[in-house]
Write a protein of this length. Structure first.
Length: 222
């Protein structure tokens, strides 16, 4: 608005100056009397110059002050840091667990009361006998039980199979047999009168308890 007012003032001053200049060129100077001619042009020029200077000064003083625009610094994009490899902690190696050595106790087999081991048998199952031949059935037996085979309670008896014995189905134990000692059992026998293979079973017993089973197989030829 102030700039517009100054501009209008300037136009008024210029118009006045133009009118004054026109008047000076068109209006004839009356010459009824011979008076000295006064040149007014310098005065008009001075007035026009002052008016223009006033307008310019007013424009300069009242000109709107331009608000300096401070450039805003544009933030540069922040570079995204590249992913870094995070070192993994070293894998702990399994620690050997110390196990103190413990001596393993040795156990001694405790023999049961009634047990035996047969060392040999005669005749062998591969031996061929003649019909009605006399022979001895023989077993060598070892007492590996904890209890002694005594003569009062231990017997040798026939159990099953072909009866090859000549006389008795049982015999008394003639001597005591302690632990880890051997006994030879002999039974007087006769081969059958018919060819074939025959088996018989005897046993060493204590009452109703069987201590040792004695098996014998014979072959009779033609």
């Amino acid at each position: 608005m102030r700039f517009k007012q100054l501009f209008q003032k300037t136009l008024v001053v210029v118009a006045i100056a133009a009118i004054l200049a026109g008047c000076s060129t068109t209006t004839p100077t009356p010459a009824p009397t011979a008076m000295p001619t006064v040149d007014q042009q310098p005065t008009l020029n001075v007035l026009s110059t002052r008016a223009a200077q006033t307008v310019v000064a007013d424009l300069t003083q009242n000109a709107p002050t331009a608000t300096p625009v401070t450039p805003t610094a544009t933030d540069e994009p922040t570079a995204t840091p590249a992913p870094t490899n995070t070192p993994m902690p070293p894998t702990a190696l399994p620690t050997a667990t110390y196990i103190p050595w413990t001596a393993t106790p040795l156990y001694t087999n405790t023999p049961v009361n009634n047990a035996c081991s047969i060392t040999s048998v005669e005749p062998l199952s591969t031996t061929t006998l003649a019909k009605k031949a006399d022979f001895d059935g023989k077993w060598v037996v070892k007492n590996i039980g904890a209890q002694t085979w005594d003569t009062d309670s231990v017997d040798i008896v026939y159990v099953s199979g072909t009866k090859l014995q000549k006389l008795y189905d049982s015999e008394d134990l003639k001597t005591a047999v302690p632990y880890n000692s051997s006994l030879t059992v002999i039974v007087d026998m006769t081969a059958p009168d018919t060819a074939g293979t025959y088996s018989t079973t005897w046993a060493i017993v204590r009452g109703s308890v069987t201590i040792c089973t004695l098996n014998l197989t014979v072959k009779v030829g033609d």
